[in-house]
Design a protein around this ligand. Sequence first.
Ligand code: ZN
Length: 638
Amino acid sequence: MIRNNLVVSLVLAALALSAASLSARAGDRAQVPERLTWNLADLYPNDAAWTQAKDALQKRLPEMAPYKGHLGDSAQMLYGGLSTVSGMDKDLARLMSYASQLADQDTQVSKSQEMVQGIEQVAAQFGAAVAFVRPEILAIDPQKVDGFVAQEPRLKDYKPYLDNILRMKAHTLDPAGEKLMAQANGQMAGSAEAIYSIFTNADLPYPKDVKLSSGEVIPLLDAAAYTKYRASNNRADRDLVFKAFWGRFDEFKRTLGTSLYSEVKAHMFNKDARHYGSSLQASLDRNNIPTTVYKQLISDVHANLPTLHRYLKLRQRMMGVEQLRYEDLYASIVKDVDLPFTPEQAMDLTLKACAPLGKAYVDDLKKGYETRWVDFMPSKGKKSGAYSNGAAYDVHPYQLLNFMGGYDDVSTLAHESGHSMHSFLSNKNQPYITADYSIFVAEVASTLNENLLLDYMLKNEAKDDATKLFLLGTHLDALRQTLFRQVLFAEFEMKMHEMAESGESLTGDNLTKLYLSLLKEYYGDKDGICKVNDLYGVEWAYIPHFYMNFYVYQYATSMVASSSIANAIREEAAAKKPGTKARDAYIQMLSSGSSRYPIDLLKGAGVDMTTSAPFNAAMKEMNTVMDEIQAILDKKKA
Ligand SMILES: [Zn+2]
C-alpha cells in the first residue's frame, strides 16, 4: 500500500496479561453484548459483499498499465496515474481492514485467515502493478512537476505526496541501483533481527529454576516472566531474578553482540549507498526529521538528570531502603488501588476528560462509541493487546481492546480514542492521499488523551489520598520510563552507530561497556543515588527495539509534545489564558494528516521540537507530580 495507517499501540510498560492467561478468563464472543462489539457491517454488509468488492478491485489492476512510462508526459497523465493508484489503494485499505479485523476478533476461524491471505495476494499484485510510480516521479524534473501542478488544479491534493518523493532525489539511485537496493534489502535487511528473535525466543536457555525466598521455584523463561518477577516486593527476590536473568544474557553476549553489529552494518550499507552522512540521518530522513531533534532530546535529558535523581530519591524514600539499587526500579512504590470500571464508565470518563478539546471532538467521539467503533471485551481466540485502525477512509476508525476493568484499561481506551479521532479528523478533512499520518505525530494524539484523563481523574474522581497516590505514582513511572529510559536507549543507539561508523567493531564486550557507562551516568551511580551492578550492562541484549532503526526516541518526543500541548489547552480551559487558540491549533494538527511534515505539524500546534522548551515543560510536569506525591506523604507523616 502507498499509505500505512494502522497504529498499533506502542507497548511500553503496559504488558498487562499474556494471551494465554487472558483467554483462560475470556468467554465466548457470542456472549458479548452487541453494543460492546465493533460493527464490521459498516465496511461490508457480509463476507459475500467483501468477496465481490475484492474481485472487482482485482479486475481493475490493469487500469494502471496505460500510465506506465508516461507519468511525466503531461499534467493529465500524472493526475490520471496518481488518482487511479490512490483510488485503488483506498479500496484495498478498506478490504484489508475488514479481513484483518474479522481475523483478529477470533483468530481460530480459518475462513477469516483465508480472507486475509486472499487480500494479501491482491495487495502484492497491486504493489507490483504500481511499483513504477515512485521511480517515474523521481525521474521527472521537480520544476516540471511544479508546472504540472500549476496547470492541473486537481494535482494540488497530490503536491505534498510529490514533494515528499522529490525531496529524496539526492538519495535515490538510478533504476539499476534502486533495483539492486530493493534486492539487497529484500534478501538481507531482516536477517539480523530474525536471528535475534529466534535466538531469544526459542534457543536462549533461560534460567529454569530460580528459588525465591519463599522456597518457591520459578522459571524465568521469557521476557514476560522476567517483567513479572523483577517487580517483586521482596528485595532479595528481585536481586536473584536480576542476577539469574542478566547472568544468562551475559553468557551469550558475544553472539548477541555479533547479531546487533550485523543490524548496524545493514544500516551503514543503506547510509553509504544512499549518500547520507550518518545512519541516524538516513533513518530520520524518511519522515523528514532533522537530526538536531534527536540530538536536542539527548542533551535535554542530560541537562535534566537532576529531575531523574529527584525521582530516584523519592522512590528510595517511599520504598524505605537505605541505598537504592537498579533492581529496585520496578517494584511498585504505591499501593495498588482497586478501581474497577465498566466499559460504559470508561467511555463516560474518556468523554469527560476530553472536554478541554471542545464540544465537536467530544460529540464525534461519543457518536463513535454509540455507533460501535470499539470492540471492547476479551473473548476466546481474540487478538491480545489494543489498536486503533483508521485505514477505512470512507467509513470510520475502529478500535480493538481487551477490556478487563482496571484503570489501565480506561487509559488504553483514552489512548486508542486519541488515535481514532486523529484518523477521523484527518480522513474527514484531507483527500485520501494525505489523510494518513506518521508515527512521529500519531503518538502525540494518543498520549495527549491519556494526559487529559489523568488530570480529570485527579481533579474529579480521586476521593482519597491512596487513589491519588496510585494515579500520580503510575503517571510518574510512565514519565520516568518514557522520558529517561527510552532516551537512554536512543543515546545508546546513536553511540553504537557512531562507533561502528568510525571503524570500530561492535562486540558484546564494548556494547556492554557503552551501555553500562550510560546506565551509571543516568542513574547517578557515582554519587550513590542509585547503584548499578556491572552485570546489568548487558541489558542492551534484551531490547528488541535496537533492531528497529532509530525508533524509540519517538516514544519520548511524542510524550514531550503531548504534555506541552495538553498543558496549553488546560490553561486555556481553566481560563488562565482565555481563548481557544491552543485547542484550535491542536485540532488543526489532527485534521492535517500528512499534508505537512511532522515537525511543521507540531510547530503549528505550538510545539517546536527543535528547541528545549517542550522538554522543559515536561520536566515541569514531572516535578509537579513529585511535589504532589511529597505533599501527600508529608501529610501522612504529620
Ligand atoms: Zn498508540
